[in-house]
Design a protein. Structure first.
Lengths: 230, 359
């Protein structure tokens, strides 16, 4: 069944799923925290944090990629420190995952933040009077209620990660088998004579993966909604 | 020692609450019009808001003392709260809602799960989701959920206000059973006097953020100087009574009250049973001498204790009578007041036309 894609094309697909999946999951924890802060927090610098989070959405992706390269490259501020620990991001698939995480972060935070803002604070108060401490209130009441928002955010983030091109190619280049994701592979194929067929195959695969992700999230969200309404 | 003692000052926008009361336990009603500060006061007791100044002590434990910078957060107070809008968790079944607080309290003592289910009649609802329940069912589940968290005090903020009369009538008996069975002190917020007189032992009347009257229900409901009560008193005064005997031949039951004996249409209550009755202010006729040759059965002797304020546009005035230490409220025209020359201290006879049973 593998003969309808070349080994390089298979590698690009596998790598794309790995990079997008890793990036999305890595965004989840910080995304949840930042979304909660933005939805509920009252602190100095909230507007600044909000702007910072949304920056990757409005900056040219190449700029984001270049900033990542400056910060996390071998000689970058964080990159040098991480290299001491044996973690190298530049020109590795982990760097591609980081680029995906950063680019998808605003979408993830936005979806979760909206769902947190929609949670009825009075339910959380009620949980408090029943003996739940703030952590238990979050785990037992807030989290289950924002699950649809989290799912929506994860799908958006994953879809963005699957399509991420500019920041990735700037930060980690376009190395087959290491950092060449679907969009990079499609771009490469369109640049070589006779690559059109391959580009078309990968394009169809990209569309299919995105559709599957969308349908999956829709089904999950419906399941959650049914559970709440029943 | 009082179970609960509250003395708080709190400002919320233009509204100022400055209230203090104590209660030894039982059911204490916070009574007042909407906007009088009742909900703010229970939110302060429950810890949902911090007072600007004040102290709240429950069972000897200081929950709030702004002077000592002490504030126990709601989840460590063990104070149950039944909200007007029930606030059941939509993502949990009725059973999981009920067990929410109980699981967190990690306790098996206190009132049992089955007892609560029984008391509130919610066994058929356990497997359902809150969204499918009627208003009355939701409130019963909310009460059960609060009870099962083993509270030291139960706050109920107008638990019946969102319900229609039929549902109210459906829930009131459960609340009475709860009062008698659960042995948890209850602070019950209401703006409906019939509810208060039926359920509460003591009441605190709030007007514009201040306590204007506080004490046993029968003493407070008979006060004429409290304008909130005057507005709400389609009723009258509450009396505690015990069944003294039955007279099947005339289909009458004789009650003993502090004010004197009263005959009522035959009641299905055993001799010795205690109950509360409401003597409506409109149903009392006053005379200066003991009426003779009258068809009135119930005539109580007393003295005029207090004459209420009157307005030029209102032909009626209220009088408080002292009948052997118990208070009755009578409502009559200002003209009758003048013609009988009624004044405090004057002995009078009150003919009671009818009596309403409260429980």
């Amino acid at each position: 069944m593998t003969d309808w894609l070349t080994p390089e094309e298979w590698a690009a697909l596998r790598l794309s799923l790995l990079v997008a999946g890793t990036g999305t999951l890595a965004s989840l924890g910080p995304g949840l925290g930042v979304a909660y802060l933005l939805a509920r927090g009252r602190f100095w610098g909230k507007t600044v944090l909000d702007m910072l989070v949304h920056l990757p959405l409005v900056l040219p992706p190449v700029v984001t990629g270049y900033l990542l390269l400056l910060a996390f490259g071998r000689r970058g501020t964080f990159g040098a420190a991480l290299a001491e620990l044996g973690i190298v991001l530049s020109f590795r698939w982990t760097g591609a995952a980081l680029a995906c995480a950063v680019m998808g972060f605003p979408l993830l935070v936005r979806a979760i933040r909206l769902s947190i803002e929609a949670v009825d604070v009075r339910l959380e108060q009620a949980a408090g009077t029943l003996g739940a401490n703030p952590l238990q209130v979050f785990a037992l009441v807030t989290l289950p209620l924002i699950l649809p928002g989290i799912l929506a955010g994860l799908v958006l983030c994953f879809a963005k990660a699957m399509g991420e091109f500019g920041a990735t190619i700037t930060f980690v280049s376009n190395i087959p088998g290491e950092t060449q994701t679907l969009p990079s592979a499609i771009y490469t194929l369109t640049q070589v004579p006779g690559g059109e067929a391959g580009a078309m195959r990968l394009t169809l695969i990209s569309i299919a993966v995105s559709m599957v992700a969308l349908v999956l999230s829709e089904l999950l969200a419906r399941g959650v909604a049914r559970r709440l309404a029943a | 020692m009082s179970a609960l003692s509250v003395a708080v000052e709190h400002r919320q926008g233009a509204f100022r609450l400055d209230a203090a009361f104590e209660t030894p336990g039982g059911v204490t009603a916070l009574f007042g019009r909407s906007g009088s500060g009742k909900t703010t006061l229970v939110n302060l007791i429950g810890g949902l808001i911090r007072p600007d100044r004040g102290r709240i002590v429950l069972d000897g434990e200081t929950l709030v003392d702004t002077g000592a910078r002490r504030f126990v957060p709601p989840h460590r107070r063990r104070i149950g709260y039944v909200f007007q809008d029930s606030r059941l968790f939509p993502h949990l079944s009725v059973r999981a809602n009920l067990l929410f607080g109980r699981r967190l309290a990690r306790a098996s003592d206190g009132i049992g799960f089955d007892d609560v289910i029984d008391l509130l009649g919610i066994a058929p609802l356990l497997g359902r989701r809150p969204n499918g329940l009627s208003g009355g069912e939701r409130q019963r589940v909310a009460i059960g959920r609060a009870l099962l968290a083993r509270p030291r005090l139960l706050l109920m903020d107008e638990p019946l206000a969102a319900l229609d009369e039929t549902r109210k009538a459906e829930i009131l008996p459960f609340l009475e059973r709860l009062r008698d069975a659960a042995r948890v002190p209850i602070v019950y917020v209401s703006h409906a006097l019939p509810e208060v007189t039926r359920l509460a032992d003591r009441m605190v009347v709030l007007e514009e953020g201040r306590v204007v009257a506080s004490g046993p229900v029968d003493a407070v409901t008979a006060r004429l100087d409290v304008s909130t009560l005057r507005g709400a008193r389609q009723a009258g005064a509450v009396l505690s009574a015990t069944v003294e005997g039955h007279d099947p031949a005339f289909a009458l039951t004789r009650l003993a009250t502090r004010a004197g004996p009263l005959d009522l249409p035959l009641l299905d209550r055993p001799v010795g049973a205690s109950l509360r009755i409401l003597v409506s202010a409109r149903d009392i006729t006053l005379s200066l001498r003991r009426p003779e040759g009258t068809s009135a059965l119930n005539i109580l002797a007393g003295t005029v204790a207090e004459i209420g304020p009157s307005a030029d546009a209102d032909p009626m005035v209220e009088l408080r009578l002292d009948c052997a230490g118990a208070s009755l409220v009578a409502r009559l025209t200002r003209r009758s007041l003048a013609e009988l020359a009624l004044r405090p201290g004057l002995p009078v006879y009150a003919a009671v036309k009818s009596v309403a049973l409260l429980d």
